[in-house]
Design a protein around this ligand. Structure first.
Ligand code: HEM
Length: 180
Protein backbone atom coordinates (compact mmCIF):
# COMPACT_ATOMS: atom_id res chain seq x y z
CA UNK A 1 0.00 0.00 0.00
CA UNK A 2 1.14 3.55 -0.71
CA UNK A 3 2.35 5.34 2.44
CA UNK A 4 0.79 8.80 2.64
CA UNK A 5 3.56 11.40 2.37
CA UNK A 6 3.30 13.91 5.27
CA UNK A 7 4.68 16.57 2.96
CA UNK A 8 4.63 16.85 -0.80
CA UNK A 9 8.00 15.61 -2.10
CA UNK A 10 8.13 18.39 -4.75
CA UNK A 11 6.84 21.62 -3.19
CA UNK A 12 6.58 24.67 -5.44
CA UNK A 13 9.23 27.38 -5.16
CA UNK A 14 8.14 31.01 -4.80
CA UNK A 15 11.57 32.67 -5.00
CA UNK A 16 14.42 32.37 -7.52
CA UNK A 17 16.94 31.73 -4.72
CA UNK A 18 15.11 28.90 -2.94
CA UNK A 19 14.70 25.22 -3.84
CA UNK A 20 13.84 23.86 -6.28
CA UNK A 21 16.26 25.53 -8.69
CA UNK A 22 14.24 27.27 -11.40
CA UNK A 23 14.47 25.74 -14.85
CA UNK A 24 16.74 27.87 -17.13
CA UNK A 25 13.78 28.62 -19.44
CA UNK A 26 12.15 30.52 -16.55
CA UNK A 27 14.93 33.15 -16.71
CA UNK A 28 12.75 35.88 -18.32
CA UNK A 29 10.02 35.49 -15.64
CA UNK A 30 12.09 34.89 -12.48
CA UNK A 31 11.19 38.39 -11.26
CA UNK A 32 7.51 37.40 -11.17
CA UNK A 33 7.92 34.48 -8.77
CA UNK A 34 6.09 34.96 -5.47
CA UNK A 35 2.83 36.30 -4.11
CA UNK A 36 1.71 39.77 -5.19
CA UNK A 37 -1.05 41.93 -3.82
CA UNK A 38 -2.42 45.30 -4.82
CA UNK A 39 -5.25 47.48 -5.95
CA UNK A 40 -6.72 48.18 -9.35
CA UNK A 41 -9.47 49.91 -11.25
CA UNK A 42 -11.78 48.47 -13.87
CA UNK A 43 -14.39 49.49 -16.37
CA UNK A 44 -16.23 48.20 -19.43
CA UNK A 45 -18.85 49.88 -21.62
CA UNK A 46 -21.49 47.29 -20.68
CA UNK A 47 -20.94 47.77 -16.93
CA UNK A 48 -22.54 50.50 -14.86
CA UNK A 49 -19.69 52.77 -13.71
CA UNK A 50 -16.08 52.10 -12.75
CA UNK A 51 -15.04 49.79 -9.93
CA UNK A 52 -12.01 49.36 -7.72
CA UNK A 53 -10.68 46.00 -6.70
CA UNK A 54 -7.89 44.24 -4.85
CA UNK A 55 -6.05 41.29 -6.29
CA UNK A 56 -3.66 38.61 -5.12
CA UNK A 57 -1.54 36.96 -7.81
CA UNK A 58 0.77 33.97 -7.25
CA UNK A 59 3.49 32.67 -9.55
CA UNK A 60 5.34 29.51 -8.51
CA UNK A 61 7.22 26.63 -10.12
CA UNK A 62 8.37 23.06 -9.42
CA UNK A 63 11.65 23.13 -11.34
CA UNK A 64 10.12 22.46 -14.73
CA UNK A 65 9.80 25.08 -17.51
CA UNK A 66 6.35 26.39 -16.61
CA UNK A 67 4.86 28.71 -14.01
CA UNK A 68 1.82 27.90 -11.95
CA UNK A 69 -0.37 31.01 -12.01
CA UNK A 70 -3.27 31.92 -9.75
CA UNK A 71 -5.14 35.22 -9.39
CA UNK A 72 -7.99 36.11 -7.02
CA UNK A 73 -9.75 39.46 -6.99
CA UNK A 74 -12.27 41.08 -4.68
CA UNK A 75 -14.19 44.30 -5.19
CA UNK A 76 -13.56 47.26 -2.86
CA UNK A 77 -15.98 49.88 -1.58
CA UNK A 78 -15.29 53.63 -1.51
CA UNK A 79 -13.18 53.17 1.66
CA UNK A 80 -11.18 50.28 0.11
CA UNK A 81 -12.94 47.74 2.37
CA UNK A 82 -13.69 44.33 0.78
CA UNK A 83 -17.14 44.31 -0.88
CA UNK A 84 -17.44 40.83 -2.45
CA UNK A 85 -15.34 38.16 -4.18
CA UNK A 86 -14.78 38.85 -7.86
CA UNK A 87 -12.84 37.24 -10.73
CA UNK A 88 -10.51 34.34 -10.09
CA UNK A 89 -8.48 32.23 -12.43
CA UNK A 90 -5.61 29.79 -12.50
CA UNK A 91 -3.40 28.17 -15.03
CA UNK A 92 0.00 27.40 -16.44
CA UNK A 93 2.49 29.55 -18.31
CA UNK A 94 4.69 27.40 -20.53
CA UNK A 95 8.04 29.08 -21.29
CA UNK A 96 9.63 28.36 -24.66
CA UNK A 97 13.32 28.55 -25.57
CA UNK A 98 12.97 31.80 -27.53
CA UNK A 99 11.07 33.65 -24.79
CA UNK A 100 7.65 32.81 -26.15
CA UNK A 101 4.99 32.02 -23.56
CA UNK A 102 1.97 29.77 -23.99
CA UNK A 103 -0.49 30.38 -21.16
CA UNK A 104 -3.48 28.18 -20.32
CA UNK A 105 -5.91 30.00 -18.03
CA UNK A 106 -9.33 28.92 -16.76
CA UNK A 107 -12.00 30.82 -14.88
CA UNK A 108 -15.02 29.66 -12.83
CA UNK A 109 -17.21 31.75 -15.15
CA UNK A 110 -16.85 29.03 -17.79
CA UNK A 111 -14.04 30.62 -19.79
CA UNK A 112 -10.85 28.78 -20.80
CA UNK A 113 -8.20 30.84 -22.52
CA UNK A 114 -5.03 29.93 -24.34
CA UNK A 115 -2.91 33.06 -24.69
CA UNK A 116 0.42 33.41 -26.43
CA UNK A 117 3.08 36.09 -26.27
CA UNK A 118 6.54 36.90 -25.07
CA UNK A 119 8.44 37.35 -21.82
CA UNK A 120 11.55 39.50 -21.63
CA UNK A 121 13.21 41.19 -18.64
CA UNK A 122 10.15 41.00 -16.39
CA UNK A 123 7.71 42.24 -19.05
CA UNK A 124 5.13 39.78 -20.33
CA UNK A 125 2.59 40.46 -23.07
CA UNK A 126 -0.03 37.76 -23.71
CA UNK A 127 -2.83 37.84 -26.29
CA UNK A 128 -5.56 35.36 -27.07
CA UNK A 129 -4.72 32.35 -29.19
CA UNK A 130 -8.02 30.60 -28.50
CA UNK A 131 -10.95 30.96 -26.12
CA UNK A 132 -13.23 28.07 -25.25
CA UNK A 133 -16.55 28.77 -23.55
CA UNK A 134 -18.76 26.55 -21.41
CA UNK A 135 -22.35 26.47 -22.73
CA UNK A 136 -23.58 29.07 -20.22
CA UNK A 137 -20.50 31.35 -20.20
CA UNK A 138 -20.65 34.96 -21.38
CA UNK A 139 -19.24 35.60 -24.85
CA UNK A 140 -15.49 36.35 -24.65
CA UNK A 141 -13.64 36.73 -27.95
CA UNK A 142 -10.18 37.95 -26.95
CA UNK A 143 -8.03 39.34 -24.17
CA UNK A 144 -4.64 40.99 -23.84
CA UNK A 145 -2.66 40.90 -20.59
CA UNK A 146 0.46 42.93 -19.94
CA UNK A 147 2.65 42.58 -16.83
CA UNK A 148 5.52 45.02 -16.31
CA UNK A 149 7.99 44.87 -13.46
CA UNK A 150 9.26 48.36 -12.62
CA UNK A 151 12.64 49.24 -11.04
CA UNK A 152 10.92 50.02 -7.71
CA UNK A 153 9.52 46.47 -7.58
CA UNK A 154 5.95 47.35 -8.57
CA UNK A 155 4.23 44.90 -10.90
CA UNK A 156 1.81 46.67 -13.24
CA UNK A 157 -1.02 44.64 -14.75
CA UNK A 158 -3.13 45.78 -17.71
CA UNK A 159 -6.01 43.74 -19.08
CA UNK A 160 -7.93 44.38 -22.31
CA UNK A 161 -11.09 42.50 -23.15
CA UNK A 162 -13.23 41.84 -26.24
CA UNK A 163 -16.48 40.39 -24.91
CA UNK A 164 -20.28 40.54 -25.11
CA UNK A 165 -20.14 42.19 -28.55
CA UNK A 166 -17.58 44.88 -27.66
CA UNK A 167 -14.21 45.34 -29.43
CA UNK A 168 -10.92 44.75 -27.58
CA UNK A 169 -10.53 47.52 -25.02
CA UNK A 170 -9.39 48.34 -21.51
CA UNK A 171 -11.04 46.34 -18.67
CA UNK A 172 -8.51 46.42 -15.80
CA UNK A 173 -5.36 48.14 -14.53
CA UNK A 174 -3.63 47.27 -11.26
CA UNK A 175 -0.41 47.91 -9.36
CA UNK A 176 0.85 45.01 -7.27
CA UNK A 177 3.57 44.72 -4.60
CA UNK A 178 5.34 41.49 -3.67
CA UNK A 179 4.23 40.13 -0.29
CA UNK A 180 7.19 39.61 2.04
C1 HEM B 1 -9.04 41.31 -11.52
C2 HEM B 1 -9.83 40.63 -12.31
C3 HEM B 1 -11.23 41.08 -12.69
C4 HEM B 1 -12.11 41.88 -12.03
C5 HEM B 1 -11.93 42.55 -10.68
C6 HEM B 1 -13.29 41.98 -12.87
C7 HEM B 1 -14.41 42.71 -12.53
C8 HEM B 1 -15.58 42.71 -13.27
C9 HEM B 1 -16.82 43.32 -12.83
C10 HEM B 1 -17.01 44.07 -11.50
C11 HEM B 1 -17.73 43.10 -13.79
C12 HEM B 1 -19.21 43.56 -13.77
C13 HEM B 1 -20.08 42.41 -13.43
C14 HEM B 1 -19.93 42.07 -11.96
O1 HEM B 1 -20.24 42.91 -11.11
O2 HEM B 1 -19.44 40.97 -11.68
C15 HEM B 1 -17.09 42.34 -14.84
C16 HEM B 1 -17.69 41.91 -15.98
C17 HEM B 1 -17.10 41.10 -16.91
N1 HEM B 1 -15.79 40.70 -16.95
FE1 HEM B 1 -14.40 41.11 -15.57
N2 HEM B 1 -13.09 41.27 -14.02
C18 HEM B 1 -11.86 40.69 -13.95
C19 HEM B 1 -11.28 39.89 -14.89
C20 HEM B 1 -11.86 39.47 -16.04
C21 HEM B 1 -11.29 38.57 -17.00
C22 HEM B 1 -9.89 37.97 -16.87
C23 HEM B 1 -12.21 38.38 -17.99
C24 HEM B 1 -12.18 37.55 -19.24
C25 HEM B 1 -11.20 36.87 -19.68
C26 HEM B 1 -13.35 39.17 -17.66
C27 HEM B 1 -14.49 39.23 -18.40
C28 HEM B 1 -15.64 39.88 -18.02
C29 HEM B 1 -16.89 39.78 -18.75
C30 HEM B 1 -17.15 38.98 -20.02
C31 HEM B 1 -17.81 40.55 -18.05
C32 HEM B 1 -19.31 40.75 -18.39
C33 HEM B 1 -19.57 41.98 -19.15
C34 HEM B 1 -21.06 42.09 -19.39
O3 HEM B 1 -21.78 41.11 -19.35
O4 HEM B 1 -21.52 43.22 -19.62
N3 HEM B 1 -13.10 39.83 -16.47
N4 HEM B 1 -15.77 42.15 -14.50
Amino acid sequence: MFDLAPEHPYPDGHRPDEAPAPHPLLAPVLGLLGVWQGRGEGEYPTIDGDFTYAQEVTFSHDGRPFLRYEARAWLLDADDAPLRPSARESGWWRLQADGRVEALITQPTGIAEIAVGRAAEGAVDLSTHEVALAPTAKQVDATRRRYTLAEDGTLTFLHDLAAVGQPLQHHLAARLQRKP
